[in-house]
Structures are given as C-alpha cells and as structure tokens.
Design a protein around this ligand. Structure first.
Ligand SMILES: Cc1cc2nc3c(=O)[nH]c(=O)nc-3n(C[C@H](O)[C@H](O)[C@H](O)COP(=O)(O)OP(=O)(O)OC[C@H]3O[C@@H](n4cnc5c(N)ncnc54)[C@H](O)[C@@H]3O)c2cc1C
Length: 469
C-alpha cells in the first residue's frame, strides 16, 4: 500500500502532535503515525504529571533567566543552540498550546510548578492519568489536527526511513503485519526515546536493564533512533536518563510508581551499597542518584539511609510526599533504634555502615560535606546528620522516565548528519533527541517543555517551507 502526504510525523505524543498541528496550520497535508492501537494510546505525554517548566524555572520567566537555569542544571553541557532555542521560544510555544484550547493552570508556588496541564493529576500513589492533564491535552491536539484536515493513524509502527539522494522522503511502516510506504516531503521523528529498548539501554545506560524500573509508558523503543541512524543521522549525549529514585518494591508493586519517589528523603540522608559505602553525591539530586544507581555493577544494591528527623521534617515535602505515601503504598521501610540493628534488617554490613555514617556526621558537623569521598555537595536541600533514632533504610531502584541522549538536531529541530550538515527533510523533537540535558550532574531541563517547544519549532519551520510562495 502506498500513501502520499506533505508531512509525516512518527509518534502521537506532545512533540508529534505539536509538530503536526503547526505543520498543518498553513494548509499542508499531515499524517501522524502512532504505534499504539488504543483510542487512548499510552505514551509519556499522557502519563505525565503535567508541569511545564524549563530547567525547573517558570516557562514564562524570560529568555535570559531560563538560559541561566539551563546552564546551571547541565553545568554548561547543553548544546548552546538548543538551549537558546528552548529559552527563546518556550513561552511562545506555551502560548500556542493555550491557543489550541489546552487549559494551563497554576500548579503551585514553586517556579517549576507555575504552568500545569489541567486537570491536575491526582495526589495518590501509582498511575493516575485518565481524564488528567496529559490525556486531555492529547485529545485536544488530535481534535485540532483533524479539524485542520490532518490525520492520526493508530496501530501503525514506522520502521524505516525512505531516503533519496541523501534527503528523507518518507517512511515505511507496519499495520497488522502489512507494509505501508508513505511518501512525504518532510518527516518528523517524535517517538519518545529508547528507554523501553533493553538492548539499547544495555549499550548506552546500564549493564543490567532488567534491574532498573521503567517508570514510563514503555512506548519509547528507540525506533526513531534506529531508523535515523541507519539513514546517516548523528546522535549526541547518549548514556543518561531522566528519572527518579524509587522504592525497590516498585518493580512488583504498581502503586509505588511513578510516585512516590525517594528523592527527597535522600536529599537529607545518604545512599549506600550492601557493603555500607556511599558511591555518589546525593546532593546532586534524584536524577543524578538514579543514574548512579543504574551504573552500579549491581543496580539492586543501593539503600537509602536517613534518620527520624529527616523522615518527619524532610520526607513530607513535595506534592506527592514520601512520608506518608511510601507507607500507604506498601514500600519496605526498615526501622531500628540503632544503626547495627538497622544494618542487620536491611542486609547491610554493620561495620561499613557505622564508618560511613560517622564520617558523614563528622563532615556535616565540621561544615565540610564536600570533603567526603565521594563529595556531598550541599544541594538545594541541605543534608541532615543521621543522629536521631529511629533510623530508616529503604531499598532502592533506579526509575527511568526517558533517555536524555538521542538524535542530534539544530535549533529548528532539523536532524544533523553523522558526517556534518543536515539531513534534508528530516526533523526530530521530544525525548528522541539529545543535546538538551545530561552532563556531569545529569541536568534536567523539562521533558514536556522540550517536547512542546521543539515540536512547535519543527512544525512551524515545515509550515514555512511548505507555504505557497
Ligand atoms: C510518569 C511521568 C510523569 C512525567 N511528568 C512530567 C512533568 O510533570 N513535567 C515534564 O516536563 N515532563 C514530565 N514527564 C516527561 C514527559 O512526559 C515526556 O518527556 C514528554 O511527554 C515526551 O513527549 P514525546 O512526544 O517526546 O514522547 P511520548 O509522549 O512518549 O510520545 C511518543 C509516541 O511515539 C509513539 N511511537 C513510538 N515508536 C513509534 C513508531 N515506530 N511508529 C509510530 N509511533 C511510535 C509512542 O507510542 C508514543 O505515543 C513525565 C513522564 C512520565 C512517564
């Protein structure tokens, strides 16, 4: 079967539907292929909590302020052209999303929470997406696309790009075992990353993909990465992911993911192996610690340690707090009045733990946590000494939301070629692209903000390219 269109979009998440609508707004024919067959096909956009920010800053804070925060989060690691494009256009992209009929509300007092998709997701543990912000947004954007004469085809999985003289001219896809060839002047890859592809995860992220938690829709299988690299696309920033530190029980208890996470208690305490040793700088936050856990020889050998003060004063923070949600959702939390008993209960070497905790407490008392090995930067939330019993131990797992490396793009979402230059006719947006995030501190600049802004930029560029005259 052969089909012809002006713009072909691979993936019906926020990045794909933003690109599709912007491309269709000047009258071009647009076809979106979506692998999920269901009416409410799963994707990370649909599961998201709905906070739209840029590097945890207010998305309407202004270009310079956002650029500073992208730089700080990624420690200068973000591609300057992508950082500039995000900071310069995120606010206009959000305005566009509102104009499409998507309701954005104030989700809290923190800058990161000021823009939120409505209605807000619930405050209980486990997945809670039907009728919530991400779900409503995708239905709204699909309806807008149809009103513009575009089309979203469900259950169609793109497999291969069609190339001609170095330019992308369409894709080959599968529908119920049948092969469909689609000719297009432009193709946008927006398939959501490669986190759900164990082979690619093993190659780039962790030697043990079976020992990390997929806190995502399981729809980012790296198809876009595979087909674009086969066509000569360049990649960048491979090796990291955005995610959170979760209770290890989340591997078998669905009420323990995507929330609550253990990020906040860790910000007050420490993380050790079964030998009782620290192995990473907990002060760099949950995304960094989750990456460090995933890189351990055994990613299921990490336990959070903190004391009663941390549990009572720090763990109740955040809209979906570890205290009490970990308890309500049935997470294992070992507790004991002394560290030796805690170590025995949690399967940790008691001597190793005692030495580590003593060194941690001494460094905090001396005001020099950075002097520890590995160092402990004070972080956004200051560390608390492990002094007041009862003491707690929570077995951990690294939770992966989406991979942060991927296709190399320019500030308009155009895909770069391995040998230099751009691949004509090929764009990418959202979690399948790299160069925005990562770096030594595993900096996060916002999954929805990135998907929205680069989908918007790619679609508008295509609309301009397709516009008559
Ligand atoms: C639980 C959770 C909470 C989150 N909360 C937030 C938040 O509050 N704020 C924030 O900024 N970010 C959040 N995120 C991250 C954010 O949701 C993502 O970064 C963003 O939605 C990615 O959008 P996308 O369009 O790139 O990918 P997706 O939304 O995943 O869409 C990709 C689509 O492509 C389809 N697809 C894949 N392969 C193919 C193929 N071969 N052919 C056709 N279709 C294909 C998939 O089925 C999927 O529908 C959260 C994520 C999760 C999982």
């Amino acid at each position: 079967m052969n089909v012809e269109t002006d713009t072909l979009v691979i993936g019906g998440g926020l990045a794909g539907l933003a690109a599709a609508n912007c491309a269709a707004s000047h009258g071009g024919r647009v076809l979106v292929l979506e692998a999920g067959p269901q009416a409410s096909y799963l994707c990370n956009s649909r599961l998201s909590m709905g906070f739209i920010n840029v590097a945890m800053n207010d998305i309407e804070a202004g270009r310079d302020s956002m650029l500073r925060d992208i730089d700080a989060a990624t420690r200068g690691h973000a591609d300057p052209a992508l950082a500039d494009a995000l900071a310069s256009h995120a606010q206009a992209a959000l305005r566009w999303l509102r104009d499409e009929g998507v309701t954005i509300i104030k989700g809290g007092w923190r800058p990161s929470n000021r823009a939120m998709l409505a209605p807000p997701s619930g405050i209980g543990p486990g997945l809670n997406w039907p009728g919530r912000g991400g779900d409503v947004m995708l239905r709204t954007l699909e309806a807008r696309l149809c009103a513009r004469g575009g089309e979203l085809q469900r259950g169609v999985r793109a497999r291969e790009l069609v190339m001609s003289d170095g330019a992308c001219r369409g894709a080959v896809a599968e529908l119920d075992g049948r092969r469909i060839a689609i000719q297009a002047r432009n193709v946008v890859i927006a398939d959501g990353g490669y986190q759900a592809n164990p082979e690619l995860m093993r190659r780039h992220v962790t030697a043990h993909p079976e020992k990390v938690l997929m806190r995502n829709a399981l729809t980012g299988r790296g198809d876009g990465l595979a087909m674009a690299t086969a066509a000569g696309a360049a990649t960048t920033g491979m090796g990291g992911f955005y995610g959170h530190v979760q209770s290890r029980d989340a591997l078998r208890n669905p009420r323990l993911w995507p929330y609550p996470t253990v990020d906040v208690p860790i910000s007050g305490g420490l993380v050790v192996t079964s030998g009782g040793q620290r192995f990473c700088d907990e002060g760099l936050g949950g995304v960094y610690v989750a990456n460090a856990i995933a890189r351990l020889d055994d990613p299921l050998d990490a336990t959070a340690i903190f004391d009663h003060r941390c549990w009572m004063t720090r763990a109740p923070e955040f809209p979906l707090p570890a205290n009490p949600l970990l308890v309500h959702a049935g997470a294992t939390i070992h507790a004991a009045d002394d560290l030796a008993t805690l170590a025995a209960r949690a399967g940790i070497d008691a001597t190793g733990l005692a030495i580590t905790v003593a060194a941690f407490n001494e460094a905090l008392a001396a005001g020099r946590p950075e002097g520890l090995s590995p160092p402990r930067t004070p972080g956004a939330l200051r560390p608390l000494p492990v002094l007041d019993g009862p003491f707690y131990a929570v077995p951990l797992v690294a939770g992966v939301t989406y991979t942060t490396g991927g296709l190399a793009i320019d500030g308009l979402g155009r895909v770069k070629a391995e040998g230099g230059g751009l691949i004509a006719g090929l764009y990418a947006a959202g979690s399948c692209t790299g160069g925005h995030e990562g770096g030594p501190a595993c900096g996060y600049t916002g999954g929805l903000g990135k998907a929205l802004t680069f989908g918007y930029l790619a679609g508008r560029h295509i609309a301009g390219a397709n516009a008559p005259g």
